[in-house]
Design a protein around this ligand. Sequence first.
Ligand SMILES: Nc1ncnc2c1ncn2[C@@H]1O[C@H](COP(=O)(O)OP(=O)(O)OP(=O)(O)O)[C@@H](O)[C@H]1O
Length: 586
Amino acid sequence: MTTAAPAPKSSATPPAWRVLLSYVRPHRWALIAGAVLALATGATGLALPLLAQRLIEDLSADRAIGGALAVMTALMVANAVLGGFGSYVLHRTAESVVLTARRALTSYLLRLRVTAVDRSEPGDLLARVTSDTTLLRGMTTNSLIGLATGGLTLLGTLVMMAIVDLVLLGVTVAVVGLMAVVIGVIAPRINRASKSAQEAVGAMGTAVERVLGSLRTVKASGAEAREEAVVHDAAQRAWQASIRAAKWQAIAGNLSGVALQAAFIIVLGVGGARVATGAIEVGALVAFLLYVFYLMSPISEVVAAITGYQVGAAAITRIQEVRALPAEPVAAPAGPGPAAPAAVAFEAVRFRYSEDLPEIHHGVTFSVPPRGMTAFVGPSGAGKTTVFSLIERFYDPTGGRVTVDGRDVADWDLGELRAAIGYVEQDAPVLSGSLRQNLLLGAPDADEAAVAEVLRTTRLEGLVARLPDGLETLVGHRGTKLSGGERQRIAIARALLRRPRLLLLDEATSQLDAVNEAALRDTVADAARETTVLVVAHRLSTVTSADRIVVMDAGRVQAVGTHAELVARDSLYAELAATQFLATSS
Ligand SMILES: Nc1ncnc2c1ncn2[C@@H]1O[C@H](COP(=O)(O)OP(=O)(O)OP(=O)(O)O)[C@@H](O)[C@H]1O
């Protein structure tokens, strides 16, 4: 796996706001309700200076102020209640948007083509699901809502100011306009810094995943300090980029305060002169100054909307980079299907893992009839495991055809194809969780009797009996609490529970103890009576019990036959049989 991030942004990527809207769409009514509440809050606030103007005029004219005071109090209470409720609705909606984005992204991640995952780092992908999606929360509340409510309140305030005095409005707009120009220059910097920060968080995830994924090897190699330095370096870069973004955000945020203070002073000066010349009343100046103060909140909202948008847009770019990676079609949930063993054939298959890598299969041809066991042998790197990857359609061949039951695997429904196959990988992965969860991974509906039967055939009964919680025992991350042989048998049990029509068994190169090896051989031989078994063989006992053997060398099929035939006629096989197998099957 390389350190490369997922594919670069394609030119067809929609703009960030459109992506955000697609996440927001399911929650639009809640969002609209929140925006209406925010606007109502703004409106109640806006009415207050006008009432203050009335109050001053009433006071100076010696009129009663009880009514105006009561209305002001009612408005203040309404402002607080609407504001609080509106804020809750908006934050709740923002969390829902994050949820939608996380669900969409994880669904997509699980459908990624294996080839896309080969080129990505799990730690970085994880950061995109957890950390980048979190940034959409701020983007929703600050940007969408902030822009809508702040923008409208701003407009409302400006209209009110226009009613009070046009000259003072002109002064205010000039100062605020200057500020807007400066923020326009700052915004892209926030975007860039935020993207770097998130990239560094991704790199940190990659570094941590690398260490935790191979902690024993790291410790055994005495590499803790060096690996620590890699994680620290990524964390440091995240910190640096984040404070760069924070700096620009702080500058933009402060700018609005400074601009308003400047506007306040200038309005005070110009307004004072206008009062002196009798152009406006004192009450009008006071009301206008109050509106200048009222500008503070919508302007900070709009500024936060712009800066918050930049942070969110950077996150959306990273989310969209994942969504630009190739994915498999959505597999239909596979029905029971026919239970008959499957036939497999390779017809002049050519394959390379990616365009920049050498060809692995140079025209592989063989055919396997239904039922029976076929062993694949050959030197390391000959392309045996790749045969299985192509049958599972983890990758597509670059030439020729792979068929199952005479039908090109590309024409199969992917869910149906994989439902027909039980696959045991060479390193027999066991997932974190309980033993039962591991066994039922590929056959969630298997009943107790089927589980008990498969435990017996794979010789796991003893292990289950020994474990403190039996089948419910947690096996640890990647099954670290199990031995290599146990993991291998669990992987075989899991594949068998699927009752596959085709069993692909990539034999571990490591040795099983003699008793378990014989038992597993019998299990696989039993399975071969009812299913088609393909096994990448590393043990002589496996090849001798196979019905046919396919000898592969350097991406080609060199010979096909039984053990006895091949020993007599194929020199490579004779050599493998004499050295490799005998050496590992004593
Ligand atoms: N995901 C991958 N991306 C790029 N190259 C790969 C990938 N998987 C395998 N290869 C390369 O393809 C070649 C064939 O690998 P494959 O695993 O099919 O060999 P094999 O015959 O099963 O070997 P072994 O007996 O050692 O398991 C190797 O040279 C390997 O380096």
